[in-house]
Ligand binder design. Structure first.
Ligand code: FES
Length: 135
């Protein structure tokens, strides 16, 4: 179920115009995100890390359904942070509630890479037991 939270600031995002490599740690799962594979019927913003994870069968916890109303989809963008859209104040407010906050923390449902760099994200330890994959 994809949705939009009417109570938050609209997110400025640039969808990727080219393929890019996205790696999830610590599982070392690497996927290639293609502009053609971006779907809007998954939770999270179209083109978001959460969107790409779900498309790849990696079920990152996302209690609010990907509408920036929790912090369960907290990830750390270890590489390619600069190629992601800027976090809104609403996202920053939600991140403040996440344990283990890091300068490169983002909400996976709101973080949209533009495709200009490869991305490596780490799923924090406290969320890992919730992650499942279909591979
Ligand atoms: S899933 Fe709730 S903020 Fe991302």
């Amino acid at each position: 179920m994809a949705g939009i939270n009417p109570y938050i600031e609209r997110v400025e995002q640039e969808l990727p115009k080219q393929k890019y490599e996205l790696t999830f740690l610590p599982m070392q799962i690497k996927v290639v995100v293609s502009p053609d594979s971006i779907k809007s019927d998954f939770d999270g913003l179209p083109g978001s890390i959460l969107n790409a994870a779900l498309e790849a069968g990696i079920d990152i916890d996302h209690s609010c359904g990907g509408v920036c109303a929790c912090s369960t989809c907290h990830i750390i963008v270890k590489e390619g942070f600069e190629s992601c859209n800027d976090a809104t104040e609403d996202e920053e407010d939600m991140l403040d509630l996440a344990p283990g906050l890091n300068p490169k923390s983002r909400l996976a449902c709101q973080c949209v890479p533009d495709g200009s760099q490869r991305i490596i994200v780490e799923i924090p330890e406290w969320n890992r037991n919730l992650v499942s994959e279909d591979h």
